[in-house]
Design a protein around this ligand. Sequence first.
Ligand code: 5GP
Length: 108
Amino acid sequence: MYDKNNIFAKIIKGEIPCEKIYEDESVLFFNDINPISKIHVLGVPKLSCKDFSDFISKSKPGAISNFFKKTEMIIDKLGIRNTGYKIIANSGSDGGQEVPHFHIHILG
Ligand code: 5GP
């Protein structure tokens, strides 16, 4: 069950501020409030999905590739395409996921 009051749902709705990197009708990328590397950006689909599996099962055709194409665009915008980076998606309690809205971490 998706918790529509989770922090990222509130950030997507604009109820909680964030340092926005990029936003369009389907995705939002913003700086992590507690960065663990020089560049630490979070990327979320705007679809209400609690974790990776939920994102995959609820997404319309094209939405998954769109999300990752936008991720690659952000990686270029951040200037880390050539220097390297990590993409992490914690999922579920054993995966260490704290915020129950599917997201990726881009660490550069
Ligand atoms: P998770 O452990 O769920 O994969 O990662 C959640 C991430 O969200 C953490 O890195 C944490 O620092 C970040 N975070 C939690 N609350 C907020 C917030 O209100 N604003 C922003 N920008 N990041 C947050």
